[in-house]
Structure formats: C-alpha cells, structure tokens
Design a protein around this ligand. Structure first.
Ligand code: ADP
Ligand code: ZN
Length: 212
C-alpha cells in the first residue's frame, strides 16, 4: 500500500501512521522527523530548515522534495510506504507524481481547529526517536519517559500556542487544497478524527480495507 496521510498539524497522522505501518509492514516516512533529525545532527539542510520550522512555516519545496526522492528510492519502500507530512503543497504533490512514485490513496484525518489547539498543548515528543505522546490522550507508560527508548519527553518548540496558530493558517492556505487535488484523481478518503485514538484507528483501518 502506498498511502498519503493528510490532515492539520496535530490531527494524529503520526500516531495512525505507526499503527498502519505495523499492520501492513511498510515504513512510515515523516518529512518532519527527517528534518528534525538533520537539525539535530547539524547538517547543512537541517540548519537551513531551522528558522522555517521554529516559526511554524513550511520548509521550501525543493528541500523536502529532495528528501522524499532520496528516501523513497531506498529498498524498504519497494512494497509500499506511508507518507506522513508530505506532500504539504500542490507543487510537492505534482513533484511526487512526476517522480513516478505512485500512490493508492490519500487519507485525510479531519479535526476542528479548536480541538487541534487543545491537543497541541498536551503533545510531548521523544527527544531521541521522535515518538509522540499526549499528556491526556496518549500517556507514556512512565511519566515523561519514552516507551520505546527510555529518553526524556520534550515539548516541541513549534508546538507553542502562537506557532500552532500560524501552522494552522499555513495548513488551511497551502495544504488543504490537496484534498481537492486527490479528490479529482479519485484517491481521497476522509476520516473524522475522534477523541480516542483507538476510535480513529478503527475508522482508518475500515477506510483502508477499500484500498488494494
Ligand atoms: P506536524 O505533523 O505536527 O504538522 P511535522 O513534524 O510533520 O509536524 O512538521 C513539522 C515542520 O516541519 C513543519 O511545520 C514544517 O516546517 C516542516 N515540514 C515537514 N514536512 C514538510 C513538507 N512536506 N513541506 C514543507 N515543510 C515541511
Ligand atoms: Zn524514544
């Protein structure tokens, strides 16, 4: 399965991606995680991206398109993949089509803005592996500690309230038009995000049964 996850920042794409990834045995490719890893390692690309990310703006298309092209060419992507956070603009979607990486479906997880703002304030991420948690909806086994690698959980700088507002504006302006893009090609699936992760998961898995 070759799947795109669409949705506002904080709609729960990453969480659902982890579950789908395990069930279908395909990798999740998160441009956000790749960029943050580059930033942490101090690479040139990471440094270039930092100011955009911290302000809640999108990193330039050519940078993320380059990242995706490289990553999708790796061997583990042969049987499918989940794209979490790419494409985020029409030019990125067009580039993906041009590169010849087919997709079977684009699944949009829909969550209202007010709910997003509430959720983001409780989001915590692992400083090492990038796994994400929530103080209310997705608690780690031990307070403030990653289940997967035992590292401390932190608040992402771009999850602070003012930055979240900007990220939502950017989402509505630049990313939401992708729904129309994939609707036109008959690939759009829509799922209403629920309060409980497992309720959303049930809807997501049901929607994916229709995909080959
Ligand atoms: P979320 O899923 O919470 O929106 P991500 O981790 O996907 O957050 O992305 C964090 C930031 O990384 C974005 O706000 C943006 O600056 C940058 N980024 C990630 N993916 C892309 C993309 N496809 N195009 C442009 N910028 C991106
Ligand atoms: Zn971790």
């Amino acid at each position: 399965m070759k799947l795109i996850l669409l949705g506002a920042p904080g709609a729960g794409k990453g969480t659902q991606a982890e579950i789908i990834s395990e069930k279908y045995n395909i990798p999740t490719i998160s441009t956000g995680n790749i960029i943050r890893a580059a930033l942490k390692n101090g690479t040139e690309m990471g440094l270039k991206a930092k100011a955009y990310i911290d302000a809640g703006n999108l990193v330039p298309d050519d940078v993320v398109i380059g990242i995706i092209k490289e990553r999708l060419s790796e061997k583990d992507c042969e049987n499918g993949y989940i794209l979490d956070g790419f494409p985020r603009t029409i030019p990125q979607a067009e580039a993906l089509d041009r590169m010849g990486f087919a997709i079977d479906a684009a699944l949009s997880i829909e969550v209202a803005d007010e709910e997003i703002v509430k959720r983001m304030s409780g989001r915590r991420v692992c400083g090492k592996c990038g796994a994400s948690y929530h103080t209310e909806y997705k608690k780690p086994e031990r307070d403030g500690i990653c289940n997967l690698c035992g590292e401390d959980l932190i608040i992402r700088k771009d999850d602070e309230p003012d930055t979240v507002k900007n990220r939502l504006a950017v989402f509505h302006d630049q990313t939401e038009p992708l729904k129309e893009y994939y609707k036109t090609s008959g690939k759009l699936l829509i799922v209403e995000g629920q309060d409980k992760v497992e309720d959303t998961t049930r809807l997501v898995l049901t929607a994916l049964e229709k995909v080959k």
